[in-house]
Write a protein that binds this ligand. Structure first.
Ligand SMILES: [Zn+2]
Length: 503
């Protein structure tokens, strides 16, 4: 079956102030505008946990107590890279990035210029660098840095490497700045003390600058539930298209392949969408087709995931076939921690137990629908929609939501009011094993924050392993994620990951 979907970019209806995955909004029929997110561009709605962390960080860094995202539909988009970088999208623009700075070991916000304007509108008095009246032309035209002689004022809280808001001096030398005084954003190269005691040198490197303009603040859309309802309505047409395509594809695939069908449910959002589609395609239809639901318990799942499996089974009256892998901790002693370049855990916790279950249950093999999507990573962008499992001989795999973005998945789940894994409300982008060598330090921090006892168990293993094998403190902190390559946690911490907007 031919896929009808091309590349879908995230768009915004500026009239309704909602994300729309189509060229037109289904509420007001307005043309939508593109939101320039970093590829692969797999944004998702921000939940309470995300917004709490973002607001707390803004408060600590810029001294703003006001909730800048109140009654707005906010999205977050995780950019790939060594460090944790997550774009924050509000009013169809990128406000800034939430970053876990590995060098300083703290969360921070890197604002865009529009983000900086909004901070100033909210009364921000911290991290300000004011340049003299004759300086903007050098910054705007020549991309110059802020040099000491050009500085009129610096706020006392600035420390080296801080993200600063660059403002233009007021003719009356007051410090009552408004959005029209914002020239750009940059990174400090000196502490406050150094700035006031120097006569020359680079005070800040400018990341982005532009001619002063007004902030594009749009109207409120309502509290979370109301905003979500509106988003679902605005995306009615966009969703109908992809749903119809996926459901048709699933029915056709089962007929074409002729093997017993199953859904591989992991407790994550993507496989939940596939399960909901399977219910529509195979169960709630005039001509039902039988299918199984498989869950592979790796033995290192979060409790919330195991609870979600039960909840899904009860809600949709399903019997879920489960594998159980109890071997992780045992093999760990033998193999050492899994690394990005040494994923023995995948074989032990996933391939082997699932292969066994499939062997026992399906004599002639099976067809499993999985939640794989091409927008998850650039590596996955060229996958076919049906293929033979490279690891389990008797299993064929099929990806009915290959062309969906995370936004499609969330809109679909929220529309069905399906019981999704509650971990997603706690800043988690993925809900697989509680620890994984693919995690960034920021993700590890999030696990530590919500599940300290779980991480302690892992860390105590790392510490004892480090003692026996003479590994460093850095290895315990994050170096364990690579088995063979020598890497440190502090690799290129200051290097912008995406010049698209980090400049
Ligand atoms: Zn609209």
């Amino acid at each position: 079956m031919k896929t009808i979907l091309g590349k879908i970019h995230l768009k915004w209806c500026k009239n309704c102030n909602l994300p729309v995955l189509d060229t037109k909004c289904a509420i007001c029929d307005s043309e939508t505008v593109e939101v320039k997110v970093t590829p692969p561009g797999d944004a998702r709605p921000a939940f309470k946990g995300d917004l709490d962390l973002i607001n707390k960080t803004i408060n600590l860094q810029f001294g703003i107590e006001e909730n800048l995202f109140k009654n707005k539909l906010v999205l977050v988009n995780k950019a790939p890279g060594i460090e944790y970088f997550q774009e924050i999208i509000v009013d169809g623009i990128i406000f800034g990035i939430l970053n876990f700075n590995e060098k300083k070991h703290e969360w921070k916000i890197i604002p865009t210029i529009e983000g900086a304007r909004r901070l100033i509108v909210a009364g921000c008095k911290k991290k300000l660098l004011v340049v003299k009246e004759d300086v903007p032309k050098f910054i705007l035209n020549k991309g110059a840095s802020v040099l000491r002689p050009g500085v009129d004022y610096a706020s006392e809280d600035i420390t080296k490497d801080d993200d600063v808001i660059i403002l233009i001096e007021k003719p009356d030398s007051s410090q009552n700045f408004n959005e029209m005084d914002v020239l750009g954003v940059g990174r400090a190269r000196m502490d406050y003390e150094q700035i006031i005691n120097s006569e020359k040198g680079m005070v800040a490197k400018v990341r982005k600058s532009e001619l002063p303009k007004n902030s594009e603040i749009l109207h409120e859309v309502g509290e979370f539930d109301e905003a979500i309802e509106k988003m679902i309505c605005a995306n009615k047409n966009a969703m109908e298209k992809v749903e119809r395509n996926s459901i048709g594809f699933m029915r056709n695939t089962v007929v074409k392949i002729g093997k017993p069908a199953s859904v591989a449910y992991s407790g994550g959002k993507d496989s939940l969408a596939v399960l909901l589609l399977a219910l529509e395609a195979f169960k709630n239809t005039e001509d039902p087709i039988e299918f199984d639901v498989l869950f592979n318990d790796t033995g290192i799942e979060f409790n919330e995931t195991l609870e979600n499996i039960e909840k899904i089974a009860n809600t949709y009256d399903l019997e879920i076939l489960k594998t159980k892998s109890g071997d992780f901790w045992e093999k760990l002693e033998e193999y050492g921690p899994p690394g990005r370049d040494n994923r023995w855990c995948s074989e032990v916790c996933k391939v082997s137990p699932l292969g066994k279950l499939i062997d026992e249950k399906y004599e002639k093999g099976c067809l499993s629908f999985v939640g794989l999507r091409k927008y998850e990573s650039i590596n996955r962008s060229k996958k076919p929609r049906i293929w033979n499992s490279p690891t389990i001989k008797k299993q064929m795999l099929s990806a009915p939501i290959l062309n969906w973005t995370a936004m499609h998945v969330w809109i679909y789940i929220l529309k069905h009011k399906a019981p999704y894994n509650v971990l997603y409300e706690q800043c988690f982008d993925r809900v697989g094993c509680f620890m994984c060598p693919a995690m960034e330090i920021g993700e590890i921090e999030l696990v530590k924050l919500s599940y300290p006892e779980l991480w302690e168990k892992w860390e105590s293993f790392l510490k004892s392993h480090a003692k026996i094998h003479e590994k460093s403190e850095d290895w315990v902190k994050g170096g364990w994620r690579w088995t063979n390559k020598t890497r440190t946690n502090n690799q290129k911490p200051d290097e912008p990951i995406n010049e698209n907007w980090l400049g």
